[in-house]
Every structure is written in C-alpha cells, then in structure tokens.
Design a protein around this ligand. Sequence first.
Ligand SMILES: *Cc1c(COP(=O)(O)O)cnc(C)c1O
Length: 379
Amino acid sequence: MPAKRKSPSPAESLVRPLVRRLHGYVPGEQPKVRGLIKLNTNENPAPPSPKVLRAIQKAADDRLRLYPDPTAQPLREAIADLHGCKASNVIVGNGSDELLALATRCFVEPKHSGHHSPRQVAKQTIQYFTPSYSLYPILAAIHGSRINEVKLPSDFSLPDHAALQAGNWNFNAALTYVTTPNAPSGRGYHTRDLAKFCEAQKGVTILDEAYVDFADEDALRLAKRYPHVIISRTFSKAYSLCFQRVGYFIGHPILIAALDRIRDSYNTNGLGQAAALATLSDLGYYRKQFERIIALRDSTTRELTALGFDVLPSQTNFIFAKPRGITAGEWFIELRNRNILTRWFDKSGIRDRLRITIGTEKEMERFLTATRAILRNAE
Ligand SMILES: *Cc1c(COP(=O)(O)O)cnc(C)c1O
C-alpha cells in the first residue's frame, strides 16, 4: 500500500501540486561579513570600468519614471556588431537565467500523463550533463517536463558520439543545455568537438558560455552555422555586472523571434541596458582583467599542485581542486573559519573537490597561506 499523502492545508491546496513539490534554486551564500574573502560565486573581483559606472550614474535621473526600451534595440545592435551578426539574431534578458527559463517554455512540451511514443517523449525532454549548471534541473522541474540527466565521465570531458550512443543520451530531446566551459569543473571543450556534438542533436541545443571570456576558444560560429544552436552569454561574471542582470542569446532569427514572443515586454531594466551598452564600448578594460585573472588562475593551480592537490586544468575564472591530506569538506570548513568562502557541492562525483573563484592577487595569496596552514594543522 502506498503511504497516504498528507492532505494539503486550505492555503496549500490553492497552489498547483507541481509547485507545492518544487525545491527552488539554492544560490551561493552572500553573507555580509566584514573582511570576508568571497571566492564562492564566480564574480569578477574588479569593479566595472569607470565608463560603465558613469553611464549608470548618468542614466539615474528623471528617466527612471519612464519605461525602458522594450526591445533593448541599441544594446542588441551593439551585441550584433560585436559578434558579426544581426540584431534579429539577438535577444537580451534579465540575466541569462531568464532566457534559459524562457527556452523551456518556448521549445519543450510539459509532460502529459498517459502512454507516449518515443517522439512525444523527446518533445517533452530537457537534457543536460551532470555536473553542470545546477539551475537546469530546477528549470525543467518548474516547467514540468521530462528530465534526461547524463553523467559526464570522471574527467568531466565531453563524451564523444559513440559514448553518447552507448549511454541513455536522447539525440531527439527538445532542449539540451551544455555548460561550456563546464561549471563546476572549469573544463573547456574544443569547438570542433562541440560542432560534432551539435550536428547529432535534433532539438534546440543551448551552449551556455557564461565563462567563455576566460577560455581559449568560443563556439559562437556554431550558432551562426546551425539553426538549432543557441549561444548564451552574460554580462554578470566576466563583466562585473551581476547586480544589473543582463544576459543574451545569439541564434537563428526564427528561434529568437519565438523567444521574443513569450518574454515580458520590459524584461531588461533600463539601467542594465545602459550599463551593458557602456561595457561594450570599453572592452579593452575588461580584456586586461581577463588576462590578469587567467594568469592568477594558472599560478594558483601551480601552487596547489605543488602541495600535492589535484587541480583540473581550468578555462574559467575558477578552479576545481581535490586536496591531499584533508577532505574537501574539511578544507571548506577550515577556510570558512578563516573568513574565506569557497563552494563545496556535497554531491556524488564532486564532493571530493572545492570550487574556488579566482579573486584578487591579495585574496589568492591569503587563500594559499590559509591552505598551507590548514595542511600543517592536519599533519
Ligand atoms: C552564473 C551563470 C549563469 C547566469 O548568469 P546570469 O546572466 O547572471 O543570469 C548562467 N550559466 C552559468 C553556467 C552560470 O554559471
């Protein structure tokens, strides 16, 4: 006999059963502790460029009373210029998270009860690798679609066609998300491998390039070549604009127009549009920072490796490191006791590692000093 479900309270019964059962996304902690070294949410440690700060301040005037540009036209044109495409290939959103959610509603059928053909099942399926961005399962659950989660190999590399065929990969899934470079592993994927991967997919394939500015390669040309491929980018992490919430998709005009039909009319706030536009006019400032962060990422990797830690080669602004002599959980807590916050995912396959965002030179120095002290204490 199945256990009897507790009947919902009168207020609970007003909420859709699917929503009653949902667990929301758990963001990284944002504690307000003085002197805290925050290496847990992959934010850029440097402020936005002075030009961007001025643009935001200048826009904060009488215009706040008015609705912003509903289509973010100047921003979409500037993005199109940057990537050598047309404004009709670009949609802007309240962070790329909003666009990732729109994609579920636009391209995937919610799961219906009853018997289904494989074709119908595929139309109701959202698919992604684990580990990757932990928002994808939440978006699929909110939409009520089927989920096909496929485990990455232990080195977090992109499985080739034969490996996908041998596993339970669904080449017909309505929507597939790929975090590239991968998070939380930091692994980069070659565009030629992603091209082969995309060619085999029948449904919409979103390449989530949130960290691509720290990588050797990007896959933008795949969005221009294949009508079912969308590239997702964000101003949040690399461009120090998390607070402003601006992200965008590049894709086929038909897919972009479909997404455009279901978004809120004023989905991208006015100050965010102004900030993103100013960012694109000052890319030199950011490129210098990317070089600094990459150099610091590589030197931090060398230092940890010298301690005997296993650090995966990273193509992002964070590293994913397995300690030696202590567990990742102990390392996390001991760093935390020293006011250094990193991210530990207590999940199968990755609980032996910490994800560490690359901060400033000083912060990384303190992180390494703390790590050496923790190791000495553990001996
Ligand atoms: C942070 C992050 C995003 C979300 O970025 P926003 O534009 O701030 O919503 C998307 N994908 C990945 C993989 C991320 O890490």
